[in-house]
Ligand binder design. Structure first.
Ligand code: AMP
Ligand code: MG
Length: 289
């Protein structure tokens, strides 16, 4: 069974009704063994693509991971990038902004952490929180000291969507491939994963009362996500809605989406010129070969 990235892509300008997007899809593996085999193959392919990205030095890859608590963002990052050279890859997790970050515009802290050419940058949450958690909890916005807040609430989010899509188009024009993943988890599966975090001692640390409080805002979050995915899925930087109730399947799907995007880039290892060849022969002689 082949994984088709386009099956998960949100078309630019399309409305999004999350209820219509599955949280559980047909599995691309039969059993644990096959999952491990497929993932191992994908991991080594991704490692090769990253090496090429690094050698070519013209592009960067930015992977944005969004999803509700327990959607599996950390687990996906850990599994998909397990074989990639840590030197070629950086992960940043975005929590509530610090006092310094609040003194800047809402894109600043993420822009400071964008990947340089040749690198993969992974955002575990991102500036998208600024149209998600901030939209769900207006009091968070109050702390941002904005010079003007449009009277009509919707205008503010429209303006933020515009800032985001313009940033992403700019990045795309300048060589950064932006891949955005929404891990689409069901309300019921989140409940199960929260219970596991209570029942399994080594998962206890991951659980907080705040997580349970956020769960009460589920519907608000889904509305904010739907509006955001529809407004910010562009040709340059499309969103992919990945069913997240089966973590293993989600890992295989995301890996495939990433590789498909990387394979489309026109990348090559730098070719040594004729002088370089002579240089290498000379070095070999000096090494006593
Ligand atoms: P976690 O990913 O579980 O470590 O949680 C990070 C928390 O930081 C989540 O509850 C996010 O909603 C919150 N967060 C991330 N970015 C922002 C932001 N820009 N403003 C407010 N809260 C944020
Ligand atoms: Mg959390």
């Amino acid at each position: 069974m082949t994984i088709e990235p386009k099956d998960y892509r949100v078309g630019a300008g399309r409305a999004v009704r999350l209820k219509k997007w599955p949280t559980l899809g047909k599995p691309f593996y039969r059993g644990e063994k096959q999952y491990r085999d497929i993932l191992a193959r994908q991991q080594s392919q991704l490692d090769k693509l990253q090496k090429l990205l690094y050698a070519d030095r013209r592009h960067a890859l930015l992977l944005i991971m969004q999803g509700m608590d327990a959607a599996g963002k950390d687990s996906a990052i850990g599994h998909i990038f397990a074989s990639v050279n840590p030197e070629g890859c950086e992960v940043f997790s975005f929590g509530p902004p610090s006092a310094e970050e609040l003194r800047h515009d809402f894109l600043w802290r993420a822009v400071c952490r964008l990947p340089e050419r040749g690198r993969i940058g992974i955002f575990n949450r991102s500036y998208y929180e600024e149209v998600l958690v901030v939209r769900v909890h207006p009091q968070v916005l109050a702390a941002e000291n904005l010079p003007h807040v449009p009277k009509h609430g919707a205008t503010l989010w429209k303006e933020r969507f515009r800032s985001i899509t313009e940033l992403e188009s700019h990045l795309c024009r300048n060589g950064t491939v932006v891949v955005k993943i929404f891990l689409h988890l069901s309300y019921e599966e989140q409940r199960k994963r929260f219970l596991a975090r209570i029942d399994e001692a080594d998962k206890n640390w991951k659980f907080s009362l705040a997580d349970i409080q956020e769960r009460q805002f589920w519907k608000h979050y889904m509305d904010a996500y739907a509006a955001c995915l529809a407004a910010t899925s562009s040709h340059a930087a499309p969103w992919y809605i990945v069913p997240a109730d089966d973590k293993k399947n989600a890992h295989l799907i995301i890996s495939e989406i990433l590789m498909a995007r990387l394979k489309k880039l026109d990348m090559a290892y730098p070719k040594p010129g004729p002088t370089r060849h002579e240089e290498l022969i000379q070095i070999r002689e000096e090494l006593g070969e």
